[in-house]
Design a protein around this ligand. Sequence first.
Ligand SMILES: [Zn+2]
Length: 279
Amino acid sequence: MRLRHLIAVLLLSASACSAGHEHTVARPRGRATAARHTGPAVPATPAPPSPRHMVFHGARDSGMVALTFDADMTPGMWRSLDAGRIKSSYDRRIIGTLDATHTPATIFATGMWIRRYPAVTKTLAADPLLEFANHSYEHSAFTAPCYGLPVLPAHDRTEDVRHAARILRDHVPAPTPYFRFPGGCHDQGAVRAVLAAGVTPVQWDVISGDAFGHDPHAITRTVLKEAKGGSIVVMHLNGAPTAPETHAALPGIITGLRARGLRLVKVSELLAAQSASRP
Ligand SMILES: [Zn+2]
């Protein structure tokens, strides 16, 4: 997958979030005590829980799983859309399946994706099954190296998160205060930079493999094999070429997880259950 990912990044100037690299980045131990809530609060009604530390999954005894879809957009992807090399970077079939099966989900959207698809964003934001979160402005990396993505200077990281948050607030009535690192790449300084913007980094514990995955059955099998109570599953909303088979894998994922008695929820509900379980 790593090789395929690298080739695709080089060819398309695109990017993806789930290249199986979680093991290559440092996880902060415990709470990031150096962070301060210095940025403007992200309005949300009601306010979902926003832990002051990085999140990889929810409570294991919750019986819940959160399906998440990253809406990537880089300047290179934008140019490919303009030039007609990519027809669309929004696979509406994914939302069609979520709606048809009454499945909640969380969309981590880049600011550039929202700017490209403002009407779609408005429609999705009005769907009670869906909630929105922040995936940076233009999907630049918060640490280097990160799969060939351009890297933000360290002093620009907090402002990038705030920039994307402003675009979110302009298009989504009640965005969640969650953020996902482009490419998943982070270190403790990057985590502090995100927390300083008033949002919580939310990663995943299940990589679906939908990024450049061309076998929908393999994607479905991977998720059903690895997901358990509390899991956060990362997938993509972009469709081909970055995530060509997500739409085809999704029905089996939803059916299979529910058959195991797991309840599919938004990230905010998963984390609310986690907060409630704490003393
Ligand atoms: Zn991404």
